[in-house]
Design a protein around this ligand. Sequence first.
Ligand code: PMP
Length: 359
Amino acid sequence: MKRVYNFSAGPSILPLEVLEKAQKELLSYADSGMSVMELSHRSKLFTEVIEKAEQDLRELMNIPDNYKVLFLQGGATLQFSMVPLNLMQNGKAGFVHTGSWSKKAIQEAEKFGEVEVIASSADRGFNYIPNLDEVEFDPELDYIHITTNNTIEGTAFTDIPDTGNIPLVADMSSNILSEAIDVNKFGIIYAGAQKNIGPAGLTIVIIREDLIGKAKADCPIMLDYKTHSESNSLYNTPPTFGIYMASLVFEWLKGLGGIEAMEAKNRKKAQLLYDFLDESDFFTTPVDKASRSFMNIPFVTPSKELDAAFIEEAKAAGLETLKGHRSVGGMRASIYNAMPVEGVELLVDVMREFEKKHH
Ligand code: PMP
């Protein structure tokens, strides 16, 4: 069997141990004679799966009791609609515009009310995170939305802004569980699962209880947080296999020593690549040093032709999916939690060799 180092931005690499455990349990879960995929979502066995997934996520992220954890569908993209549908009481939201995903979130929120872009990094092609220290927030805002990690541009918030009484909503799709955060700073955290959590098809929402039950009466029932909160994510059939896989990933993370241990490992991996990029004058990254993501690292060679040649050489060495997003080109290494340090070391070796040959 051949496994590669998969640098895809999502769906992305999963821990080998997790895949092996799922493989072992695939045909008969806990001696039931059934796959988790075949279990009723109301069965005792599945109830244990979803409850354990929630418990482990609560432990990992230190989620306070006044927050609900919801296991939903529709991807992070459906949250672009659900958040305004549920929170826009005054009809006005503030957005920090930091890239392609925040743009999509803004465009969707504009359908439901007024959007105030309170800060933006569009002036320099989104290669930095704007400083919010000097920004005065309009107290009429129903919420303020940020994208903590910009998957395409390779930037990340290093400090979470203090928005006072205005609920802070965060799209954490590409860096949830990668570093320690204080959940108390947020009103809502949401993330599609297909990067640091598990397979695509599951979306996690962590929501402060006082923000639930505020949707208007005509809000579709599946888009109302109250529906899912009151039924413990079992209003309809949830993505059961995705929840099971997520629970295996949470268990794996706990076994590694939790988020702090993961964060240290992630910083080390990113440092390896950034140190090389900083010393190279052949490979470069467009991102401001202070705003660098340690999940998604975009970089380029001096030309498009060399970029394409590099991607081919990397592939031959077992390094897959390094092509940058179609909107920005170049390369992008997504080095999520499940990417082993050996994968990044090999990437840097291949880059060094390529530079020697072509410089
Ligand atoms: N937000 C961010 C930051 C993302 O990276 C992505 C997906 N790559 C999305 C939103 C959209 O997520 P989904 O495909 O789960 O709807």
